[in-house]
Design a protein around this ligand. Structure first.
Ligand code: ADP
Ligand code: MG
Length: 571
């Protein structure tokens, strides 16, 4: 007997959740296992092309499903790349590294919340098998290796890995289905119709045939003798091998005929998300470089978005053949939240990661993609404001960083996507909207920084400017002021921090009045300055205040808020 190994701690938690889950979408386990099988074939397909392997028969690639009702098993078999012993251990004994840390933290923070939510937030992958199976066997043989291994686990007691026999390379996953209970029917995963339905629903686009022996009713031809009455047609049941999926990649299908649900299911299975995408962008470009792209804006910020685990980039295909995951060069940093793929006939299959950086065609594609994402976001902003605000909640910070990163190189591209809180509208507005609201004679775009809208609202200077009828942008995010500073101006209007320098809001009369008062109070002001010493630069009378007696005000240059941010930064 092989020694039992324990799952890594975090995998164990996830397994517990899987086994005891009240998760209603148990059926997605099939989608996950098939997508893994397809990935494994993709890998071998690509390897065979790029390394010119003559012993790989590319037209024989397939995924095979087999049911054994006596043993209560469902088997998913592929002839892809397979896994060696280390890979079985690494891939199935631990949670896929991506997101695992974030996942753990989430678990600890949300201990008391619904299990459903936690599972949902994590790409479920291979472990989803344990939602329907009490035991899972994985037999695998890596391409080019002589040895095969069987990984076996009932989840609860860990897993074992032992050598075994297998003719050709690939992976065979056998699920020993759970016994039916009062409210769960696992038998249905052995029913032909149910399996066919699930494949159609979740895996129709998989590029390789998903096959199964199915019962078909075939009409038995009987000769009718002359003069005899026409007989009732007779049928017999035969077993036939059937391909269950249409095999057309979703992105190659006619847009008008793809349903929202198909896009959503595709996104979720391919990019390990549980939430529907917020936006689907599907387009083709013909010309010097031709390509089709299918992009998604996630419906929420991925858990690992701000961690090093998060990988930017799009999947890259050439004529439907998968080349690589996370091709970074296809996405600019400021749109790194976008998921999706690009399929181009103009790219060489032998392209390597290093070559990507210099590939001219790829640059053209990346450029078109950037423009497309921007124009789609602008459309959303214009036509679906609420949706856009949701997007802004999720990824606005990324856009803001984009404005001031690279010394403002992308500010022209991004400035119209920015939103700031408006004192007048009491909601988020664009800079363009601000300009449209400007009062006659107003020269600058007014802003002020602070932690919270409610707090800013109470600032004396804010009250004053508001009283004069001007709109103010409230910058509540640390990066906001840097963003405006990078922009320098917008449509020839300068940004003016109202808590800084002279606002020049007063009429000539008001100014004269102030001068007179200053003259009268000269002694007092000088006295104050003397008392405060180096702490202030100057003490003067102000019309900034409506009903507060004094306020601190920063000189031109750096504002209080920026000083705060800068001094909080590590050196
Ligand atoms: P993901 O697919 O997101 O990487 P999974 O949990 O679905 O996560 O799978 C974990 C890993 O196990 C895969 O990345 C792959 O390396 C390996 N794997 C799973 N199924 C197969 C298979 N049928 N053939 C080869 N490798 C597989
Ligand atoms: Mg997977």
């Amino acid at each position: 007997m092989a020694r039992k190994k324990q799952f890594k701690a975090e995998s164990k938690r996830l397994l517990d959740l899987m086994i005891n889950s009240i998760y209603t979408h148990k059926e997605i386990f099939l989608r996950e296992l098939i997508s893994n099988a397809s990935d494994a074939i993709d890998k071998l397909y690509y390897k065979s092309l790029s390394e010119n392997l003559s012993d790989v028969e590319r037209d024989k690639f397939h995924i095979y499903l087999e049911v054994n009702k006596e043993a209560r098993t469902l088997t998913i078999r592929d002839n892809g790349l397979g896994m060696d012993k280390e890979e079985l251990e690494e891939n199935l004994g631990t949670i896929a590294k991506s997101g695992s840390l974030a996942f753990k933290q989430e678990l600890e923070e949300e201990e008391k919340q619904d299990d459903v939510d936690i599972i949902g937030q994590f790409g479920v992958g291979f472990y989803s098998a344990f939602m329907v199976a009490q035991k899972v066997d994985v037999i695998s043989k890596k391409y080019g290796s002589e040895e095969a291994y069987i990984w076996s686990s009932n989840a609860v007691d860990g897993y074992t890995i032992e050598p075994c026999e297998k003719d050709s390379c690939g992976t065979e996953i056998t699920l020993y289905l759970k016994e039916n209970s009062d409210d769960e029917n696992y038998d249905e995963y052995m029913q032909q119709y149910e399996i066919e339905r699930l494949i159609k629903k979740y895996s129709d686009y998989i590029r390789y045939p998903i096959q199964m022996m199915v019962e078909e009713q075939r009409r038995v031809e009987e000769e009718t003798k002359e003069g005899e009455e026409e007989k009732e047609p007779k049928y017999e049941t035969v077993m036939e091998e059937k391909t269950l999926n249409s095999m057309i990649p979703l992105w190659k299908r006619e847009k008008a005929k793809i349903t929202e649900e198909e896009y959503n299911d595709f996104y979720k299975s391919k990019f390990n998300d549980y939430t529907d995408p917020q936006k689907v962008i599907h387009f083709s470009v013909e010309g010097a470089v031709s390509f089709t792209s299918l992009l998604f804006i996630p419906g929420k910020t991925p858990m690992n978005y701000y961690s090093q685990d998060y990988k930017k980039g799009l999947q890259l295909y050439s004529r439907g053949v998968f080349i690589m995951d996370n091709a970074e060069e296809l996405l600019p940093e400021h749109f790194r939240f976008v998921k999706g793929l690009v399929d181009s006939q103009d790219l060489s299959l032998n392209i390597s990661r290093e070559m990507l950086q210099h590939d001219r065609q790829l640059k053209v594609i990346a450029n078109r993609i950037e423009k497309k994402i921007k124009s789609e976001l602008l459309l959303m902003l214009k036509n679906e404001r609420e949706e856009y605000e949701k997007f802004w909640q999720n990824f606005g910070v990324q856009i803001k960083f984009g404005v001031y990163n690279d010394f403002g190189a992308h500010k022209e591209l991004l400035q119209d996507l920015l939103l700031f809180y408006s004192s007048k509208e009491k909601k988020l507005i664009t800079l363009d909207e601000y300009i449209n609201h400007m009062e006659e004679g107003q020269k600058d775009i007014y802003f002020v920084s602070g932690d919270k809208v409610e707090k800013i609202d109470q600032l004396p200077i804010v009250k004053k400017v508001k009283e004069k009828g001007y709109e103010i942008l409230y910058l509540t995010d640390n990066v906001d002021e840097f963003v405006l500073q990078s922009l320098m101006n917008y449509k020839e209007k300068n940004f003016k921090n109202i808590s800084q320098g002279d606002l020049d809001l007063d009429s000539e009369e008001e100014k004269k009045e102030l001068e007179k008062k200053a003259e009268e109070s000269k002694d007092m002001l000088d006295g104050l300055k003397e008392a405060l010493g180096e702490k202030v630069k100057e003490v003067k009378l102000s019309t900034r205040l409506v009903d507060d007696p004094v306020c601190l005000s920063a000189d031109e240059g750096m504002s209080f808020e920026m000083e705060k941010v800068l001094s909080a930064m590590p050196d």
